[in-house]
Design a protein around this ligand. Structure first.
Ligand code: CS2
Length: 460
């Protein structure tokens, strides 16, 4: 290849590495990479990014083959703009992750690995020792493969070498993602070496973050448009919406890029922002996905154009907003309207089945926590029951079901009568998924089953 994407970079200076990123998928490329690119342009600093997949080596290899450069398409509904970004320096093979985590120049380890990669036991809020990657890492003496195991081992290597810790920074859609990652890493470390857990507890900050940018999986159309606009073929091209947001707790062991120069907001406590985004944006996304698929739609933009589903989305945004503390500088009504506008973006082909997957991981922070809080306040849980029913129906009949607990779900549903109450009862009994306050509440069960009946036209 004579022409290189790197030749299209508007700023060809490459920084020294400072960040190791785990999970270099589309969301990373449209979000963290964009903020880091902006921070480096504005202020510079040794904050270049190295990227690694936990299991998939191919994407990291492709980054190396492209000098770390990739094309970002921003689709605003009328226009598509292309930009070549260069904050990524190279890819790292899975086997080389431990060595890079031990390298003193790496001062932040960022993660976009999706909810299911964390190994969270929803019942205890701690580490799930039966999670396949975690179980393997707890028994093997070989280098770890799970994100949590790698972080614990990386921090151990630094402590042993007298190197200050890196800051682990979760950028996944989990409530209290920093607190949660801390708890999981401490649980893992305690299994290996209690003194390590103590050292991590005192020396290592785990800031929480709220991340937001709607980024569908890339398709052949993404690659074709990137080629048309840049003249280069780019297998790493991604497409996204104009909107982006990042709120970060400002607690770092060894500094951080000036992400605020690219629009990120540094705060003391990210929890109110995170709850708002998870419950309003992601909760309504899940509603659109499960109810939209049940109504035969394929994309978010189609589901939101369906008046019945749009009405349900609107009332869900209000129901979710009623569970939230106020967020500095944000008007919930305006936030809800802006979300609806984003969902309506016709240029974004966001597949409902992409959002519908991994329901057992997405339901708790998006739907079940606010539902349980609402119930405790004696408030109306109807909208949360409707979304839950959407998931029940999806889990009962979608093939193949993409969920880390799909086998367990199939086993529980085998032989269960296909009526709404029986399907609801079977899934409500999945260990650890539903908070007991919901699971054991007859009204809630009836409410969910009632909505399953609506979805199925009365007969499942
Ligand atoms: C979506 C999110 O796939 C999903 O579950 O709800 O990926 C959503 O698009 C992002 O969180 C938006 O920031």
């Amino acid at each position: 290849m004579t022409a290189r994407l790197a030749d299209l970079l508007t700023d060809p200076r490459r920084p020294r590495p400072g960040i190791l990123h785990l999970g270099p998928g589309a969301f990373f490329r449209a979000h963290l990479a964009v903020y880091t690119d902006g921070a480096l342009r504005a202020k510079g600093g040794a904050w270049g990014i190295e990227v690694a997949g936990l299991r998939d080596a191919a994407t990291a290899r492709q980054f190396t083959a492209q000098d770390g450069c990739f094309t970002l398409l921003v689709r605003d509904g009328t226009d598509t703009r292309a930009q070549v970004l260069g904050p990524v320096l190279r890819g790292v093979a899975p086997d080389d992750i431990p060595a890079r985590m031990a390298a003193p120049e790496i001062r932040i380890v960022t993660l976009t690995v999706t909810e299911k990669a964390y190994g969270l036991d929803p019942e205890s809020g701690g580490l799930d020792p039966t999670h396949p990657a975690i179980a393997a890492d707890l028994t093997n003496r070989a280098p770890p493969r799970s994100a949590v195991g790698l972080i614990a081992a990386g921090l151990a290597a630094r402590r042993d070498a007298g190197v200050p810790p890196f800051t682990p920074l979760s950028c996944d859609n989990l409530a209290g993602n920093g607190h949660l990652l801390r708890r999981l890493v401490l649980d893992f470390a305690a299994h290996r070496d209690p003194a390590l857990a103590e050292w991590i507890a005192t020396e290592v900050p785990f800031p929480s973050t709220m991340v937001d940018r709607i980024t569908p999986a890339s398709t052949p159309a993404t690659r074709a448009d990137a080629r048309r606009l840049t003249g280069m073929d780019d297998p790493l091209a991604v497409e996204t919406e104009p909107f982006l947001q990042w709120v970060i707790e400002d607690r770092f062991a060894q500094g951080r890029p000036d992400w605020d120069r690219a629009g990120a907001l540094f705060v003391q406590d990210v929890a109110p922002y995170e709850a708002m985004k998870l419950r309003m944006l992601n909760g309504t996304h899940s509603l659109l996905a499960w109810l939209g698929l049940a109504a035969g739609h394929e994309f978010v933009r189609d589901a939101i154009a369906d008046p019945v589903i749009a009405g349900a989305a609107r009332s869900h945004l209000q129901a979710a907003a009623r569970t939230l503390a106020s967020v500095p500088g944000v008007d919930p009504g305006a936030y809800a309207e802006a979300l609806l506008e984003r969902f309506r973006n016709r240029a974004i082909a966001h597949r409902l089945d992409q959002i519908a997957m991994d329901g057992t991981q997405k339901l708790p922070p998006r739907i079940l926590s606010p539902a349980a809080e609402m119930l405790a306040k004696g408030g109306d849980t109807d909208s949360f029951a409707r979304v839950t029913a959407g998931w029940v129906w999806h889990a009962a009949q979608h093939e193949p079901l993409r969920d880390p607990r799909a086998d367990e779900i199939r086993a529980r549903l085998a032989g269960v009568p296909r009526d709404p109450a029986s399907l609801t009862a079977a899934l409500m009994a999945l260990p650890g998924l539903f908070p007991p306050a919901l699971r054991d509440n007859a009204d809630w069960n009836r409410q969910v089953a009632g909505h399953v009946a609506v979805l199925t036209g009365g007969a499942a």
